[in-house]
Write a protein of this length. Structure first.
Length: 337
């Protein structure tokens, strides 16, 4: 079977990408279908069912490009998955709504999990975004914070994270205290800088409209009319997590992000693990779970995350098995010798 799709309403060079990158990505997701682009026509050839599914994907990706201006590799992957699951007609609408637009580039959710996470931030006062690296937890929370500031829903943005030592000790690092802490906060500076004009950010930092500080600096404060983001929350202790959450003031919202598989605390329990058990089910608090399917970095990152998850599960099972064998009654152990 052969079908053709007219690629109208988009910038063709941008849509297809360098050396027709989009075609190669479509071929990777649909190995039974041959794709050929010429001028404004994309031809599809292969088995009937495979071609029809691929055509639906192309139409949704085309509509997504018309709405948002650009598509990515993760868009192709997510739209393909949605079509295969029978949700294709909603893909473009679901994924195209931008949060903020900076210098012509829009920040928007690229998976259903990310869309649900963003919607949860709109609907709840406190949201926990839990998932592996690359799922957009912090980036999307930052975009929602910028959006809230632009809409005057809040008066300031407060960004914080624990300064947990991972190998090196702060006391041995050169420079002042500010110089030593800066590497821990740099990812937050970079994220906020990518969502606002470069000349605006220093002014907002100087007048306190945007505040970036270590978690320890939050103690004793009440944060009113603020959009507060706690990043790398897996490296908080239970006491630090309680301290942070009780900083919530009137007119404020909080987003807590973290990956419970990457705890750098030497001995103490992770506050993110503990709070998951304590506050789950509390009204106006939402726990958004993001997984390997929501990773928007290189596709290999998702496979790495899955491999580590399988390894951790096997290690936990072996540990539990060893623990259960240790509790076997002594007379039973002796009888089996």
């Amino acid at each position: 079977m052969q079908r053709t799709v007219l690629l109208s309403g988009v910038d063709l060079a941008s849509f297809l990408g360098h050396r027709d990158q989009l075609v190669r990505e479509l071929e990777e997701e649909h190995p039974l279908v041959e794709f050929h682009s010429r001028d404004e026509v994309l031809s599809l050839r292969g088995p009937v069912a495979a071609v029809r599914a691929a055509e639906s994907v192309v139409q949704e990706i085309l509509e997504l490009a018309r709405r948002s201006g650009a598509v990515s590799r993760s868009d192709v992957k997510e739209v393909t998955r949605m079509v295969h699951e029978g949700n294709g007609p909603r893909a473009a609408q679901l994924l195209s709504t931008p949060i903020v637009t900076v210098r012509g580039n829009s920040v928007r959710p690229q998976t259903r999990g990310q869309r649900a996470y963003v919607d949860a931030i709109d609907a709840n006062t406190i949201v926990f975004g839990i998932g592996p690296a690359g799922t957009g937890k912090t980036y999307l929370a930052m975009a929602k914070a910028v959006q809230a500031l632009q809409r005057r829903e809040v008066a300031k943005i407060v960004l914080t994270r624990p300064a947990v030592e991972a190998g090196e000790r702060l006391g041995y690092l050169p420079g002042s205290l500010e110089d030593k802490i800066d590497p821990y906060l740099r990812p937050l500076f970079d994220a906020i800088g990518s969502m606002m004009d470069a000349d605006v950010v220093p002014k907002l930092l100087a007048n306190g409209t945007i505040e970036v500080a270590p978690l320890a600096y939050m103690r004793g404060r009440t944060l009113n009319e603020s959009f507060v983001i706690l990043d790398e929350a897996q490296n908080t202790t239970p006491e630090q997590m309680k301290m942070f959450l009780t900083r919530l003031g009137y007119g404020s919202r909080m987003v807590v992000t973290g990956d419970i598989t990457q705890v750098d605390l030497p001995q103490a329990s992770s506050g993110l693990r503990v709070v998951n058990k304590i506050l789950r089910g509390v009204e106006d608090i939402h726990f958004a779970e993001l997984g390997a399917d929501d990773i928007v970095r290189h596709s290999l990152v998702g496979r790495i995350v899955d491999a580590y998850a399988a390894h951790d599960e096997a290690r936990l099972a072996a540990r539990e098995s060893g623990a259960s064998s240790d509790t076997t009654p002594q007379h039973t152990k002796e009888s089996t010798r």
